[in-house]
Ligand binder design. Structure first.
Ligand SMILES: Nc1ncnc2c1ncn2[C@@H]1O[C@H](COP(=O)(O)OP(=O)(O)OP(=O)(O)O)[C@@H](O)[C@H]1O
Length: 242
């Protein structure tokens, strides 16, 4: 089957989400271009996870539409095309790394070669026989990431995948994201570390459930006259408050 070509892998229109009686997203519009590495940046509590949950179709929404690859978010046909890595490790602690990945590969109908490929991609080949409960936090998050890479999904949604990792691992993971996006995968990756913006082809800046910016880093810096993303964010917050 030939895969359709689309310009926007993700299209969110008028998305409103209420959680526990609180309006978390009052009505957000955004698009994520296909094949790009897009950073979703914003302080803790700004609504990044909620937006990502809506994109992967696990969030009840009050209004608006969310489309992924031209189809409604969460549609069963998207299950094999969208990889999602949550902040909490989503792997079995009592199984080894290879057993976890083998299990998910079986569910997806991919083979041992795919397991070897993703192990190598996240640099965990040497840890394949270790039980997940004995891994460090960073190693554990890389197992979740490896699981999301199985089957080569067309869209990857990664919720703060580099949090708590040392600088070398963070750099390595960003290099991996860049490579995966260069192969045509759309990646939406969240972070509250503004420095990570330099790694992204486009930036979505969020605050209080609203989008403050949707542009490239050079465009953002030119528009705000700021020297870096952190300053640009502060400048936008000030303008927004006026
Ligand atoms: N189940 C819930 N009930 C009520 N409020 C919630 C619930 N889940 C999240 N919220 C609130 O929604 C807002 C956005 O949360 P969300 O987790 O989407 O933010 P975030 O930007 O991903 O934050 P972080 O970077 O800390 O993960 C926060 O104010 C949070 O307290």
């Amino acid at each position: 089957m030939t895969k359709e070509t689309i310009d926007d892998a993700i299209r969110v229109t008028g998305l409103r989400v209420v959680r526990g009686g609180t309006v978390v997203l009052p009505g957000i519009d955004l698009t994520v271009p296909a094949g790009k590495l897009v950073g979703l940046l914003g302080p803790s509590g700004s609504g990044k996870t909620t937006l990502m949950r809506a994109i992967v179709g696990v969030q009840v929404i009050a209004a608006g539409t969310v489309e992924v690859l031209g189809r409604p978010a969460g549609e069963p046909s998207l299950r094999h095309e969208v990889g999602y890595v949550t902040q909490a490790p989503s792997v079995y602690p009592d199984l080894t790394v290879a057993e976890n990945l083998g299990y998910f590969a079986t569910l997806l109908g991919t083979g041992d070669d795919d397991v070897d490929r993703v192990l190598e991609a996240v640099d965990l080949t040497a840890n394949a026989r270790r039980r997940v409960s004995n891994l460090s936090g960073g190693e554990m998050s890389r197992v979740s990431l490896a699981a999301a890479l199985l089957g080569t999904p067309r869209v990857l949604v990664l919720d703060e995948p580099t949090v708590g990792l040392d600088p070398v691992l963070r750099r390595d993971l960003w290099e991996l994201f860049t490579r995966v996006a260069a192969d045509g995968t759309t990646i939406l990756v969240s972070s509250h570390v503004m420095d990570e913006a330099v790694r992204c082809e486009r930036l979505l800046l969020m605050r209080d459930g609203r989008l403050l910016a949707d542009e490239t880093l050079p465009e953002l810096l030119a528009r705000t006259g700021a020297a870096d993303v952190e300053q640009a964010f502060l400048a936008l917050v000030e303008t927004d408050a006026r």
